[in-house]
Design a protein around this ligand. Structure first.
Ligand SMILES: [Fe+2]
Length: 242
C-alpha cells in the first residue's frame, strides 16, 4: 500500500534535538527518524514548540538554526526530506510579529496550537478575527484538533474550525475507542480534517506512530481516506492549496 501512494508525510514532529520537550540529542533524533522511515515516512515537517511569552521569534530561530546544524546531516544520511517550521502557541500579540518567519519551509502555512483551556465564545471570536486578519498571507493549520476535547466541547472546536484554516490530527489519538478517536472519525467523514502528524516527542511514550492512523482510518473509513490525507500533505508540503 505504501508503494502505491509513495512516501508518507509526517506533518507534526518534535525531532529537532535539544530545542523543546522533544528529542534530547542527535542520537535520539536519529532513532526517531529510523522509526519514521520504518513506517514509510519519507518527508517530515519539523515543528518545535514556539511560545512568544518565553522568547522572541529571533531567539527561537537562532536556537532552531543550532539544532538544524546537528540534525540536517542525519536526515540527509537517512534519505528523509525535511522542512522546518514551528508549532506556535496562539496568543493575541502574535499579530504584531512577522509570522512568515514561523511558516513551514518556503510555504505560507503555519502550524498553530490553542491554549489548553475551555474555548469561550469571546476567545473563539478573538481567534477567528486573528486568523482572518493574517489570511491569505499566512494560512493556519490547527494542530491536533482532537486534543482540545479534554478541555472544551466538541461544539466549540467545530466553531473555531470555521476560521480559515486547515486541520491536523495526531496519529496516536486514533488508538482504541476513545472520545478523541470518535471525534476524529467524525471530522474525517465530514471532510473537515486535512492533515496527519505523529506529534512524536521521543522513542518511548510518544514515538512516531503513523501506522496507528493508517490502520485505524483504513479499517474504519477506507484506505482511500488515508491516501487522500497523504495527498493533501504532499500539496501543502509543496506550498499548494488544497
Ligand atoms: Fe506538538
Amino acid at each position: 500500500m505504501i508503494g502505491d501512494m509513495g512516501m508518507l508525510i509526517d506533518f507534526h514532529s518534535h525531532i529537532l534535538p535539544g530545542i523543546d520537550d522533544g528529542s534530547k540529542n542527535a542520537d535520539m533524533s536519529r532513532k526517531m527518524l529510523e522509526l519514521e522511515k520504518k513506517s514509510g515516512i519519507g518527508k517530515i515537517v519539523l515543528t518545535p514548540h514556539f511560545y512568544l511569552q518565553e522568547q522572541s521569534v529571533e531567539k527561537f530561530l537562532d536556537n532552531r538554526a543550532g539544532a538544524i546544524e546537528k540534525f540536517a546531516p542525519i536526515a540527509e544520511e537517512l534519505g528523509i526530506d525535511v522542512k522546518y517550521g514551528a508549532e506556535v502557541l496562539y496568543t493575541k500579540s502574535l499579530v504584531d510579529e512577522d509570522l512568515t518567519k514561523l511558516c513551514i519551509g518556503d510555504t505560507n502555512y503555519m502550524l498553530i496550537e490553542l491554549p489548553y483551556q475551555r474555548l469561550t465564545s469571546g476567545f473563539i471570536n478573538e481567534f477567528r478575527s486573528f486568523a482572518g486578519s493574517i489570511f491569505p498571507d499566512i494560512q493556519l493549520i490547527l494542530a491536533h484538533a482532537e486534543r482540545y476535547l479534554s478541555f472544551t466541547s466538541a461544539e466549540s472546536i467545530y466553531e473555531i474550525m470555521n476560521a480559515d484554516m486547515l486541520v491536523q490530527l495526531n496519529s496516536g489519538d486514533f488508538k482504541a475507542f476513545s472520545k478523541s478517536a470518535k471525534f476524529m472519525f467524525d471530522l474525517l467523514q465530514r471532510d473537515l480534517a486535512h492533515l496527519l502528524g505523529t506529534d512524536c516527542h521521543n522513542i518511548t511514550s510518544r514515538a512516531p506512530d503513523m501506522d496507528v492512523a493508517r490502520n485505524a482510518i483504513s479499517k474504519k473509513i477506507s484506505p482511500h481516506c488515508f491516501s487522500h490525507l497523504m495527498h493533501n500533505a504532499e500539496k501543502v508540503y509543496n506550498g499548494e492549496n488544497i
